[in-house]
Design a protein around this ligand. Structure first.
Ligand code: FDA
Length: 388
């Protein structure tokens, strides 16, 4: 049996930041991952440009049974800290909408930067290495792989969530937490497209994008683009609201926020066909489909107020009840996870199992779309790396 200070399981975003932080403190680290390729999730993120953080990070942008849990870690390692790290490696970024920061050099450069930081701390890499056994010892843990057995004082679980099983996601972290008696908040796909029953679908509208819409579920509302798909709804506003949606709940969509339909129609030519007038405000295919649902497309002046009111209902208070989601294969993240009540928010350590830490997506902290999830991975990884 070989000895090390820390074994980290999962060499993704959180695991690498943790390994780099612990290594910089002089801790001996072994980083184990069952995937052959390093950090595939970072590679595919942000369309290959990695939306690595958000300038508007704040605790309200995270879902968790304990909304306060993320505060300490987010305050201790901020978006600016990660930006400084990038600057040290000569990496630059640009801001897209809503504070989202993307790496100019692409996601591969972020992976190389993190790898270099881990190497600088002297950690040992064990890629393509499944875990065969973990046991608790009097003074730490035993971690066995096919080729080696490690004894370590601290064990950090950074194995991520269930999304995108094709590139290595597994339930490992949840199962281990359960084995050690920690509670798991039920998991579900989040930041995921919503699906509908075939009879409720709008296949003729698949591909229509409404650039500015609101999606409301309960008391939560997001305003961004909505995309109509062959299976249902997608686009940023829908992905965001999907994290809050519970099966059976209706979602209300306003396809024309800030404008009343009466205002759009008042600005139109009364002799023009209704669909053409509407097409000044919403995508043409959508305008035609909405009018077709009301009957024949006639000049605006021929419509009674009652019909125009129906139009208002359909476009500004469109109520839908999704039948489900596109699941973990399409979900950007997993909601739920290791209960924050079982962990110390200042260290990420399990309260009842000294030396055992959980970081990143495996924990019941789920960020909004737009760089929030990577920031949680960096922040929680840094905190654990400072204490493990
Ligand atoms: P992560 O999934 O990164 O790493 C977990 C690691 O553990 C993996 O390397 C895996 O192979 C390993 N592992 C799993 N089970 C194991 C086992 N049994 N044994 C050993 N190793 C095991 N977020 C964001 O903020 N901005 C963005 O632009 C995007 N974009 C994006 C696009 C797509 C398509 C997806 C799917 C996700 C995003 N995300 C995102 C979310 C972001 O990728 C995610 O929140 C973080 O990668 C989570 O970091 P972790 O380190 O916790 O898990």
């Amino acid at each position: 049996m070989q000895t090390t200070d820390i074994v980290i399981i999962g060499a993704g975003a959180a695991g690498m930041l943790c390994a780099a932080t612990a290594g910089a403190r002089g801790r001996k680290v072994v980083l184990i991952d069952h995937a052959a390729k390093l950090a595939e999730k970072i590679r595919i993120s942000g369309g290959g440009r990695c939306n690595f953080t958000n300038l508007q990070v704040r605790p309200e942008c995270y879902l968790s049974a304990n909304p306060h849990y993320c505060k300490s870690a987010l305050a201790r390692y901020t978006a600016q800290d990660f930006i400084k790290l990038m600057a040290r490696h000569g990496l630059t970024y640009h801001e897209k909408t809503l504070g989202q920061l993307f790496c100019d050099q692409g996601s591969g450069a972020i992976i190389q930067m993190l790898k270099a930081e881990v190497d600088a701390g002297g950690a040992l890499w064990r890629m393509h290495t499944p875990i065969e056994q973990i046991e608790r010892l009097d003074d730490g843990f035993m971690v066995r792989t096919a080729a080696e057995t490690w004894r370590c004082a601290s064990l950090v679980i950074a194995s991520g969530g269930l999304s995108i099983p094709q590139i290595g996601a597994s339930a490992f972290g949840y199962e281990l937490a359960r084995r050690f008696g920690l509670e798991i908040v039920p998991t579900a796909p989040a930041l995921v497209p919503l699906t509908f029953q075939p009879q409720d679908l709008w296949s003729e509208l698949a591909g229509v994008a409404v650039p500015d819409a609101t999606a409301t579920c309960g008391r939560t509302r997001f305003r961004e683009a909505v995309l109509l798909t062959h299976k249902g709804l997608s686009g940023p506003a829908i992905l965001q609201i999907s994290s809050y949606w519970q099966p059976g709940q209706p979602i209300s969509i306003d396809l024309l926020p800030d404008r009343a339909i009466t205002e759009v129609l008042a600005a139109g030519n009364r002799d023009a066909l209704l669909a053409n007038v509407l097409a000044d405000a919403i995508p043409k295919r959508l305008a035609h489909a909405v009018v077709a649902a009301l009957g024949e497309n006639r000049p605006l002046k021929q419509y009674p107020a009652k019909t125009l009111h129906q139009l208002e209902e359909r476009l500004k208070r469109w109520q839908v009840v999704p039948s489900g989601t596109e699941g973990y294969r399409k979900a950007e993240v997993t909601r739920g996870g290791v209960a924050t009540s079982a962990l110390d928010s200042r260290t990420m350590q399990a309260k009842t199992v000294p030396g055992l830490f959980f970081i990143g997506e495996v924990v019941d902290v789920t960020g909004w779309l737009g760089g929030y999830n990577f920031q949680w991975a960096w922040s929680s990884g840094h905190v654990a790396g400072s204490h493990a």
